[in-house]
Design a protein around this ligand. Structure first.
Ligand SMILES: C[S@@+](CC[C@H](N)C(=O)[O-])C[C@H]1O[C@@H](n2cnc3c(N)ncnc32)[C@H](O)[C@@H]1O
Length: 214
């Protein structure tokens, strides 16, 4: 009887995706993960504020945040040990890094605090199967007066159809699925948690930025 290979768990899949990619990740992604620097500029994380990046990868964004917002207390969460190994080398003691699943984590156990003044998610929701749950979880760890910032692929609607299909095919190879209904999901999360929603559509719908303020 033919046996079917079990599909890897999500953490094993992410480790497999990034085992070799982690070495070229930062050098290559700067050419197509747009909108990340704009998100960091908008964090307004003054000294002493706590900041959490969910799906922090190699720590590239946390490093930029450290430079833009000196004195902020930085935290990073990722499911992949492969990516966290790079982030740990890069950030040293400047950041608290923990392995965990964005769809459900105990912030108190991982970071010694239940809430954060700023939470951000950059190009991770498009890789998380239960991404709506991850966005909801992010809203749950917001401190009073805090804000959640998201950047990810948009609907790509301004690109010619053949380019759009090529792009979708290429992203699929990396287990990336643009979340075309991210705006409407963010709107229901905003309503549920009493947050104010702002969205920004990048050029050609290439990326979308969302902020939710408490
Ligand atoms: C495309 S990378 C983005 C890394 C970084 N945020 C950036 O902007 O360069 C996606 C990251 O999300 C992480 N990730 C995927 N699923 C996750 C989950 N369920 N929980 C936490 N992290 C996850 C991956 O391990 C990977 O490091």
């Amino acid at each position: 009887m033919a046996t079917v290979a079990p599909s890897p768990t999500h953490d094993a899949l992410m480790d497999a995706v990034y085992r070799n990619q982690k070495y070229i990740y930062d050098a290559t992604r700067k050419y197509y993960l747009f909108g990340r620097d704009g998100l960091i500029r908008n964090l307004e994380a003054t000294p002493g504020m706590s900041v959490l990046e969910i799906g922090c990868g190699t720590g590239r964004n946390l490093d930029c945040a450290a430079q833009s917002w000196p004195g902020a207390q930085l935290h990073g969460l990722d499911i992949s040990d492969e990516m966290l190994s790079v982030a740990r080398k890069r950030m040293g003691n400047d950041c608290v890094l923990s392995r965990g699943d964005a769809t459900g984590f105990d912030a108190e156990a991982l970071f010694g605090r239940a809430t954060f003044d700023r939470v951000f998610i950059s190009y991770a929701l498009s890789m998380i199967p239960q991404w709506e749950q991850a966005m909801d979880q992010a809203a749950r760890v917001l401190a009073p007066g805090g804000s959640l910032h998201v950047v990810d692929f948009g609907d790509l609607g301004g690109l010619p159809r053949p380019v759009r299909s090529l792009m979708h095919g290429w992203l699929e190879k990396f287990h990336v699925t643009p979340r075309e209904n991210m705006g409407s999901v963010a709107a229901s999360i905003a309503q549920e948690h009493g947050l104010t929603l702002r969205t920004l559509r990048g050029r050609f719908g290439y990326y979308r930025r969302i902020s939710l303020r408490k």
